[in-house]
Design a protein around this ligand. Sequence first.
Ligand code: FAD
Length: 302
Amino acid sequence: PFDVLVIGGGPAGVSSAIYAARKGLRTGIIAERFGGQILDTLGIENFISVPYTEGPKLAENFKEHVKRYDIDVMERQRAKSIRRNELLEVELEKGAVVKSKTVIIATGARWRNVNVPGEKEFKNKGVAYCPHCDGPLFAGKDVAVIGGGNSGIEAAIDLAGIVRHVTVLEFLPQLKADKVLQERLYRLPNVTVLTNVQTKEFTGKEKLDGITYIERDTNQEKHIEVQGVFVQIGLVPNTEWLEGTIERNAMGEIIVNEKNETSMPGVFAAGDCTNSPYKQIVIAMGSGATAALSAFDYLIRN
Ligand code: FAD
């Protein structure tokens, strides 16, 4: 059996595996897609000490770093369930059961898509999901934000300070964001809010050049020109497979304490799959390190 079995090969999982291996622990990683969300990221400008890198390049660096240690990497494998017998047992979708004394869950999250024509085609060519990451790429341009919840309105306020103009599109007749955020938003001079509208298509040729939407009360189709659109309709944690075993909040995020312990003894969690309030690479790496050190602590006490 492993001492530490990490589920997930993104920034959180890789960081926890390296920390665990450096403690001399027998460490394994099970990852569906080694690298995680960064594989879908082009420019990364906030990975501190590296002023600019690209997702696929950073994923290569992860691989190189992991190779320096005796870490057993099992790629293209999906965990299906976890249970505790004498040891912790993780069942894989392909049928095998992997045993370990401790487990670190780092299965990350995925952005909810609007699923309209153009979304896939213009991803990274105007269609973005992370304002902290990609906002500065649209400095001086016109952008739209899809979604009038807290994350959408926070994104719009954030972007309004960087871009020329922001249009918010919300499907419901009113915004769902907290009142303070809405007040803040309505005080900004370069923001337009469209409610009761349905996004129909992201348009463009090589790159995104606009959005077609339908006014739901009049059924009229309209088009606005934008160079960027931020989709902000939710981040979904990859935790469905933990149903009934590990405690999660209403959003499906794994609840962890400051030591990254979960509700199951010996099981830790890190990164975007947890209730950590902010989801970023450096934050995921930090929590991965914390989870590994906590697992080490657990092992020397049990
Ligand atoms: P993830 O990166 O999501 O990794 C999860 C891992 O778990 C993957 O290997 C996945 O395959 C695996 N997995 C999932 N389910 C299972 C399962 N059941 N069994 C086995 N394996 C499983 N952050 C920044 O700091 N700067 C940026 O510039 C930036 N840009 C971004 C741009 C885009 C388009 C996106 C989508 C995100 C961006 N982020 C950025 C956010 C950043 O990528 C995430 O915060 C970070 O990747 C989270 O790391 P993680 O390890 O928690 O999860």
